[in-house]
Each structure stands twice: as C-alpha cells, then as structure tokens.
Design a protein around this ligand. Structure first.
Ligand SMILES: O=P(O)(O)OC[C@H]1O[C@](O)(CO)[C@@H](O)[C@@H]1O
Length: 404
C-alpha cells in the first residue's frame, strides 16, 4: 500500500509517496461515505445557503458552478484568493488539472470550503458580503434551540454532583457534543444525538496529563460551534480550576466545514449563556470572560487549522506550541482525520502508531463520523462490524484516545 504525502513546503508542492503509510481515503469509490459527502451532502449545503441568504445572481451562480465542478470537473489552475495565499498557491499547483474525484478526501473537502468562501465573497473587502458567515443562520438556530437548553439544564444540575462525577460528566459532554456537528446533520436532520458507546476510554491518562503540575498550558483545539463549543467551554472552565497552568482554546480563523467554531462563535455563545435562566450557567460565562481578561484563558487561532493538510505537516510555530503544552486535546472528527492522517488505516492499528508523530502529548475526543478508525480492539471491531456495519458513520460511537 502506498500513501501520497505532500510536504508541499519542502518540495515546491509536488506529491511524493510515503511507503510507510496507507493510501489516503478518496472520494472516488461509488457507495463510499466520502463520495456521498460531495454527491449528497454538498448539494443540500448549497441549497441551504441559497435559502438562508438573498445572495445576488453572481454569487448564486458561483456556488452552483462550484458544486457542478466538484461533482464532475477538474481542479482549475487558479488559486482561490483569501488569506495564506502562498500556502494555497503551492497546494493548488500540486493538484491543478486533476479531476476532483481523484483527490484525497481531506484535501478535496478543505479546498471545497476555501472555494465556497470565495464564492460568497467572504474575504472580499469591497463586497457587502465580506465577513458574513454563510453558516451563521444554522449556528444561531442551534444556540437558540431546545437541545442546547436541555444541555444547559443538565449543566446546572451538576451543582450537587461530587468532584469525580462532575469531571466525568463534563468530559463526556465535550465528547458527545461533537455529535451535534451541523455538517453531519446537513442531509441527516434526524441524527440521533443521544450518547452512544465509548469504544476506547483513556480518560484517566487524559486527566493525569491535564492536571499535572507545571505552568505549561493545556490546549483544547475546538471543533464545532453551538452545542459542542458550549460543552467545550464548560470543560475549559473545569480545566482552569484544576490544571496548574493556563488553558488555550484554539479556534478556526474563519468559517469552515459548516459549523466550525470561530472567535465570533465564542462571543455569541457567551452571550447565549448570559441569557440562560440558571445562575450556574450565567456564572460560567462570567468566569470564562474573567479568565480571558486575566490571561488565564487564551483564545488562539492559526491558519493551519484551515489548511488542506494533516498534522504531519504542521507549521513550525504551531508544532512548537503543541510540543510545549502539557496536553493538546483535539476535538472532533476532522481534527482526528488530521491527527492520524485521513488514510485507509487498518482499524486495529495502535493509536500510538498513527498519532506518534504528534509533537507532544495528545488526547483525541472524537465521535466517529467518517470511515477512518484506529486503535480499535480486534474482538470489539469484529462485533461492531457484524452488529452495526455503519458504526463508523453514525456519530454514536466515540473514542477518548491518548498518546504521551
Ligand atoms: O465536526 P467534525 O466532528 O470535525 O466532523 C466533520 C465531519 O463531517 C464531514 O465533513 C462530513 O461532512 C467529515 O468529513 C468530517 O469528518
């Protein structure tokens, strides 16, 4: 088996095979989940955008053209404008002329969102649509929705819980909060959002690392806005209390993959917490704001979070930050794909083998929502495959995996 790795910065963008790694997950296989993201999910996504905003004809046409191109066309040579243009020049140079369906899933999805932001003029300073988050209506609906209300009722009810139960509840809320991703719901509105099975639970190792003495930060790399970032903020609040050093919450620099959380989403979430009837919830918002003001909680972002690459090709500055952290907690499916590589791994491959390249101690909190799996016990795997063949996709199985 061969994999195509692109240390684009070192070799001018050309792809080189890495014989050590399995091949990437592609979008070419009929009936595969990754292909369905393009052929089933994206048409709904574009229809939702056109319903949510009164985009002028040229924007609507650009969105429709992007959709058509991504289903049956080739990657054009032109680099889509926006931030980090140099990185994208190299990336596009390495893929231009290829049929979309021959692209690796991770690269194709990331490029699709770059093009989508271009189509809606998100980065055009001279457009009235500049800075208008195309996914804001969907994100806000979740912030005002009954499920978040129920989550916050449950949070407030933790007031009487013992320390160990509270800690466990906050970790599981952050884990299963990842189920609520809006991209996942795009063509799956009835998705089950109750908790399911935790297939691997390294939570004791996670706490040992997070609560170790020392001033190094714990970094939480966020995933989605709405219910997930709310649960993540509650976990961050807990870490601020129990971890000896500061906590960093890493966010996306701009909208991405429908519901990924940006700084704007954190501000909107804090405002939603302020409106909650429970004093405990309003206190949570107040503590978080104070922590940001005092520098104990650092909100951070980095261009790498929207690059089409995995964490094997981290920019040196972010790699150094990860290396210096006590623990990096990566939330969600996309961060997991970037961590282990969006590759056709044998699911029994030890997590340490797939994630061992990461520059520091790392914990993944992931509900499975794509074909990728690693670190699954073979006996458990056989049972899962027999009893629920779609277990990798439904968001009802999760892992807490740690490598130190
Ligand atoms: O929000 P998460 O947990 O990162 O999941 C996003 C997942 O949804 C998908 O974008 C599919 O739409 C997957 O490609 C991706 O892994």
């Amino acid at each position: 088996m061969r994999s195509w790795r692109r240390p684009a910065r070192e070799n001018g963008g050309a792809e080189v095979p890495d014989p050590q790694l399995p091949p990437p997950i592609g979008i070419d296989r009929p009936g595969s989940f990754s292909r369905s993201v393009f052929h089933e999910r994206h048409p709904v996504l574009v229809a939702n955008l056109l319903a949510d905003f009164p985009y002028p004809p040229h924007v609507a046409e650009a969105l429709e053209a992007l959709l058509a191109e991504s289903l049956a066309g080739d990657v054009p040579a032109r680099t889509p404008g926006g931030p980090e243009i140099h990185t994208w020049h190299l990336e596009v140079e390495a893929h231009a002329g290829r049929p979309w369906e021959s692209l690796p899933f991770l690269w194709a999805e990331s490029y699709f969102y770059r093009r989508l932001l271009r189509a809606v003029e998100y980065h055009h300073y001279d457009s009235p649509w500049c800075g208008v988050d195309p996914f804001a209506p969907q994100k806000h609906a979740q912030l005002d929705g009954p499920e978040l209300r129920a989550d916050l009722d449950a949070y407030a009810a933790l007031r009487g819980a013992g320390a160990a139960d509270r800690r466990r509840a906050l970790l599981l809320a952050a884990l299963w909060g990842n189920q609520a991703d809006l991209g996942f719901r795009t063509n799956n509105p009835g998705a089950d959002t109750s908790a399911g099975d935790v297939l691997v639970d390294d939570s004791e190792a996670l706490w040992e690392l997070a609560e170790a003495p020392g001033d190094a930060p714990v970094i939480v790399v966020a995933d989605n806005a709405g219910r997930e970032i709310t649960a993540d903020l509650a976990l961050v609040d807990h870490l601020l209390e129990t971890a000896a050093g500061p906590v960093e919450l890493h966010l996306k620099p701009h909208p991405y993959f429908v519901s990924d959380a940006t700084g704007q989403d954190v501000v909107a979430t804090l405002a939603a917490l302020d409106r909650d009837p429970h004093q405990e919830v309003r206190d949570l918002a107040r503590r978080l704001r104070d922590a940001v003001r005092m520098g104990w909680l650092r909100l951070r972002t980095h261009g790498a979070y929207v690059h089409p690459t995995d964490y094997r090709t981290l920019p040196a500055d972010l790699a150094a930050e990860f290396a210096a952290a006590k623990l990096v907690i990566l939330k969600g499916d996309l961060n997991y794909r970037r961590l282990v590589g969006d590759l056709q791994w044998d699911p029994a491959t030890p997590f340490a083998e797939a994630a061992g390249h990461f520059p520091g101690p790392v914990a993944a909190l992931r509900t499975a929502k794509s074909d990728l799996a690693v670190g699954i016990d073979p006996a458990r795997l056989a049972k899962l495959d027999a009893e629920a063949p779609d277990w990798r996709l439904t968001g009802t199985r999760a892992v807490i995996q740690v490598h130190a």
